[in-house]
Design a protein around this ligand. Structure first.
Ligand code: NCD
Length: 319
């Protein structure tokens, strides 16, 4: 099936968010990601299943890990990867997002990887182009590949996702990572707790089937996974916390608070980390407890899985 000519069902052509995905579809992507990760660790030959196709990365927001790992993922699969630098593109001359996407689409790429500060930007583009669109983060809405790489990391470390207690802590209000993880973890049968000060907790979020905590020690009591989030100052207008020092005191992950989680609780963070703001530096670097570097490694593998599944149409077969 050739996705670049639009034959594939739109539902399986794009990855716009985790919301609405089934456990079977998520598991298929995790299984494929797991295979790619193992291949890579074994130094095995990776088949160039997308050889001579084109992937365009269109990033309107800053990124280190996500953009680099999408680039590496595409190259490992044989794709020609083009990074559009928004700073030197016609967007600076006033071209709209849709005009830019239509122009790129006319060059017949197989995949367009988009990061934008507006929620819904990737979904909007997907209606205008004939290639696969992958959402690499849209405002505070979703960041589906981050949730998938987090799930792969959890599954490899804990052997399962179902039945685990997971606390997501910090700036939930502005976090697309939190939203995608809530959808994924709920779908896969984890029990999700959110921990944040009232100013950083979205109203009515408990309607998503999560427990809400404002006290960090209570929130992480007996959890299997502690997932920390960055204070997203670039999305804040005004002061959401009195000071970063006070924030660390009440909501920063340190040894004292971590002692309330299970003794083998895994520490995660999507990066970039603000050491001493949301996480103590010693804890972040504790190789026995912290899975932060493994998350980065899983990121390349999961993005290979997503590019492969969407561009070859294999996800459709899992439905
Ligand atoms: C996250 C993002 O961009 O939403 N980072 C990432 O993709 N690794 C989280 C963040 O920026 O804090």
């Amino acid at each position: 099936m050739n996705t670049s000519n639009g034959q594939s069902h739109p539902e399986y052509r794009h990855l716009l968010g985790i919301e609405g995905m089934t456990a079977t579809e998520i598991t298929a992507l995790l299984d494929l990601g797991d295979r790619y990760l193992q291949h890579y660790r074994d130094d095995a030959q990776i088949p160039k299943v997308l050889k001579d196709r084109t992937q365009i990365n269109l990033f309107f927001e800053d990124s280190t890990r996500t953009r680099t790992s999408f680039e590496l993922a595409g190259k490992r699969l044989g794709l020609n990867v083009i990074n559009m630098s928004v700073a030197s593109s016609s967007i600076k001359k006033g071209e709209t997002l849709i005009d830019t996407a239509m122009t790129l689409n006319a060059m017949r790429p197989s995949a367009l990887v988009v990061r934008h500060n507006a929620s819904g930007a990737a979904a909007l583009l997907s209606q205008k182009v004939s290639c696969s669109v992958i959402n690499a983060g849209d405002g505070s809405h979703e960041h589906p590949t981050q949730a998938l790489l987090d799930a792969l990391t959890i599954r490899r470390r804990k052997g399962r996702i179902e039945g685990l207690r997971v606390a997501i802590c910090g700036d939930i209000l502005h976090s697309r990572v939190a939203r995608s993880n809530i959808h994924l973890l709920n779908t896969m049968g984890s029990r999700v707790r959110l921990v944040a000060p009232p100013t950083l907790m979205p109203p009515f979020i408990e309607n998503l089937g999560v427990d809400v905590h404002h006290d960090m020690r209570e929130g992480i009591k007996d959890v299997d996974i502690v997932m920390m989030l960055r204070l997203q100052k670039e999305r804040m207008q005004g002061a959401f916390v009195p000071s970063t020092r006070e924030y660390f005191r009440y909501y920063g992950l340190d040894a004292d608070k971590l002692a309330h989680a299970k003794p083998d609780a895994l520490i995660m963070h999507p990066g970039p980390m603000n050491r001493g703001v949301e996480i103590d530096t010693v804890i972040a670097d504790d190789i026995d407890r912290s899975a932060i570097q493994e998350q980065v490694e899983a990121g390349v593998a999961i993005r290979m899985a997503c590019l492969d599944a969407l561009c070859t149409g294999s996800l459709e077969n899992t439905a």
